[in-house]
Design a protein around this ligand. Structure first.
Ligand SMILES: O=c1[nH]c(=O)c2nn[nH]c2[nH]1
Length: 294
């Protein structure tokens, strides 16, 4: 037997950082969960019980906090790049750092029409995600949105699909569409941290654009299928964010089934009379795509 792949580190490292603006007294908060995994000349720790090559996962966890204190945690793409680069700079035998950052929502409260200086609410389980791989050859970054739950009560159809002896699904020109958005956009490779830092505002702008494109397209598209609607989202993100090289979506189709109540006094609740539905926990459709520049 031979070790064909290995990476290790600390997962589920929860980090909170507050920024206090001395002038305005306004405070801002960031909460994220970090996973940091290292690759390199670490094989002997697996094969020979040689712990001399191991940067302890506890030390990795400590480093995550130290770098969050010493450097900005926003945008998460920059923090992930700085954190990953640290391990290559400090440990010659480490060749790659894989940094995943999941940023949770703390949206500033608006009280009596005024943004509150230091109070926030968790308006959804949606997260902003970054997957960065830092190597001595450069930094690859994939940004994303995960867990953005959306539903439309009409404006979705699904018909013209294969009909054969396996098919029971009825065609529909008017259905509920609901999904949990998992969207990603991969940046062209950055040469180093300086290249990430240069024009760093691109990352927040891209997240804003991707989120707005997703919501607008979901709402306004007369959807012929999940497949076609998500492709339209991808096209627009590539157009809006020129420094990206590809985008990807993974969308569960969370079904809402009509409930036939006609057995009860002839109560009509199907087709155009459908109002009461049974939301399904599963099974669910799962539609994935990756769209690249032509
Ligand atoms: O949008 C959809 N795409 C599909 O592939 C599918 N299959 N069943 N329902 C579906 N809806």
């Amino acid at each position: 037997a031979r070790l064909s792949a290995a990476r290790y580190g600390k997962d589920n490292v929860r980090v909170y950082k507050v920024h206090k603006d001395e002038k305005t007294g306004q405070q801002s908060v960031t909460e994220m969960t970090v996973c940091c995994l290292l690759e390199g000349e670490i094989d002997t720790s697996y094969t020979q019980a040689d712990n001399s090559v191991i940067v302890a996962t506890d030390s990795i966890k400590n480093t995550i906090y130290i770098k969050a204190k010493e450097h900005p945690v926003n945008p998460p793409e920059l923090y992930a790049s700085i954190l990953g680069q640290h391990f290559l700079d400090k440990y010659a035998h480490i060749s790659a750092a894989h940094i995943d950052v999941t940023v949770h929502r703390w949206t500033r409260m608006v009280i009596d029409g005024q943004p509150h200086p230091h109070s926030f609410l968790r308006d959804g389980q949606e997260t902003r995600n970054v997957e960065a791989t830092v190597t001595r050859d450069g930094i690859t970054i994939k940004s994303g949105i995960v867990g953005l739950q959306v539903l439309k009560s009409t404006g979705s159809a699904f018909h013209g699909f294969v009909r054969d002896e396996f098919t029971t699904l009825k065609e529909t020109w008017d259905r509920i569409l609901s999904t949990d958005v998992d969207a990603g956009w991969t940046w062209k490779k950055f040469a180093n941290v300086a290249a990430v830092q240069d024009g760093v505002e691109r990352f927040d702008a891209a997240w804003e654009a991707a989120r707005n494109i997703t919501l607008k397209t979901f709402a306004e598209d007369e959807s012929a299928s999940v497949q076609n609607t998500m492709y339209k989202m991808c096209e627009q993100i590539l157009d809006a964010v020129p420094e990206t090289e590809k985008t990807n979506y993974s969308l569960p189709n969370k079904h809402y089934f009509e409930v036939d109540l006609s057995w009860y006094k002839g109560l009509q609740n199907t087709g155009k009379d459908a109002e009461v539905y049974a939301p399904q926990s599963g099974p669910n459709g799962l539609i994935k795509c990756e769209v690249s520049r032509s």
